[in-house]
Ligand binder design. Structure first.
Ligand SMILES: NC(=O)c1ccc[n+]([C@@H]2O[C@H](COP(=O)([O-])OP(=O)(O)OC[C@H]3O[C@@H](n4cnc5c(N)ncnc54)[C@H](O)[C@@H]3O)[C@@H](O)[C@H]2O)c1
Length: 335
């Protein structure tokens, strides 16, 4: 199988490219990434000399590289997106452009240039909005709370419409919060690790009681690979490892792993529209495709912390300067 992966220099994209190349010796991957905020070329340095891997610097909003590449592949896994909720509150425009119009450009490329290609749209639990009790299933209504999740929900709607209107082979995955190696240090887990190592204050929104459901990035990659190979056209698959944890507890676990004091934690003004809890029912992908998570949370969170401490991987300095703290939606850069 020849696969076009978009956003392959980011956190999930780089883990996914590596997963596919190592898992399927006969698969080829072309990665198109604009090298934007979440990207780090160092994430896939180990694939530089791999014959089955090719990188193209390009933007999914630009039909030229997308149209050209789509003619040469069997499938597309659309991972590219602007991903930071705080940035979307500060400036929603790039989110609509990259996440919604970018997905639309890919759908048009498939419709016009290769209507046999399968698309897996990598979406998120955030599009359902918050839930106080119980868990969302794939038929629940979308109620996004911020411009990021609204832009992702809009992209999902286009995917569903293109499947119905043009009978294209399209599937959607909606996953919970990922943790693991190669994530930009402006997201909660790597930010906490890196700031704790420098003995700098660790900002927590509100009281830190917001609950997120965590999954190891490798378990997410495995699920996307299954949907790519076995998922049914027109179907949506929720992905969750059922590790619901308040943000404050995650931060405390990381500090304990690093033997750092809890007084590094500083509570800051809450993010506007901050969802209190996310929770997904993932019984469909488990029963229909036989997926189940393999990475136990406690142990692999610790391994993730050690990875950031010990790995040779480095974050490019430009992006580090861009990390916004502590109330980034006001674009107050005090890092
Ligand atoms: N991180 C999570 O916990 C999580 C959970 C569920 C779903 N997702 C989804 O997974 C995807 C990847 O998330 P991530 O955390 O790896 O993000 P990331 O920010 O680490 O990486 C995103 C990548 O997409 C690239 N990109 C952005 N816009 C582009 C464009 N127009 N053209 C080409 N490349 C572009 C960036 O350069 C970057 O390399 C997103 O679609 C996100 O909605 C993420």
């Amino acid at each position: 199988m020849k696969i076009l992966v978009t956003g392959g220099l980011g956190f999930i994209g780089s883990n996914f490219c590596r997963y596919i190349i190592s898992k399927h010796p006969d698969y080829e991957v072309t990665n198109i990434d604009k090298v934007g905020i979440g990207a780090n070329p160092a994430n896939l340095k180990d694939l530089e000399n791999e014959k089955r891997y090719k990188f193209i610097k390009g933007d999914i909003r630009d039909p030229e590289p997308i149209n050209k590449t789509i003619k040469q592949v069997d499938a597309v896994v659309n991972i590219a997106a602007e991903t930071h909720v705080d940035r979307s509150i500060a400036d929603p425009t790039p989110f609509i452009q990259n996440n919604t119009i970018g997905t639309f450009t890919i759908l048009e490329a498939i419709r016009k240039h290769n209507d046999k290609a399968k698309l897996v749209q990598v979406s998120t639990d955030e599009i359902y909005g918050e839930i106080h009790k119980g868990s969302f299933n794939e038929n629940d209504m979308l109620k996004p709370s911020n411009p990021y999740s609204a832009s992702k929900a809009a992209a999902d709607m286009f995917v569903i419409a293109y499947h119905k209107t043009y009978s294209l082979n399209l599937a959607i995955t909606r996953c919970t919060n990922n943790y693991g190696p190669y994530q930009i240090p402006e997201k909660l887990i790597p930010k906490t690790i890196i700031r704790a190592l420098k003995n700098r204050p660790i900002p927590i929104y509100g009281t830190g009681q917001n609950v997120r459901d965590w999954i190891h990035v490798q378990d997410h990659c495995k699920a996307v690979d299954l949907v790519l190979r076995k998922g049914e056209s027109g179907e949506i698959y929720n992905i969750s490892a059922e590790n619901e944890i308040p943000n404050i507890k995650i931060v405390r676990k990381i500090l304990a792993t690093l033997h750092k004091p809890e007084d590094l934690i500083t509570f800051v003004e809450d993010r506007p529209g901050h969802d209190i809890r996310y929770s997904l029912d993932s019984s469909k992908i488990r029963s229909k495709l036989g997926w189940k998570p393999r990475f136990p949370f406690e142990k692999t969170l610790e391994q993730t912390v050690h990875w950031y401490v010990n790995s040779e991987w480095g974050w490019k300095p430009l992006a580090t300067q861009r990390i916004l703290h502590p109330t980034p939606w006001k674009l107050r850069d005090t890092h």
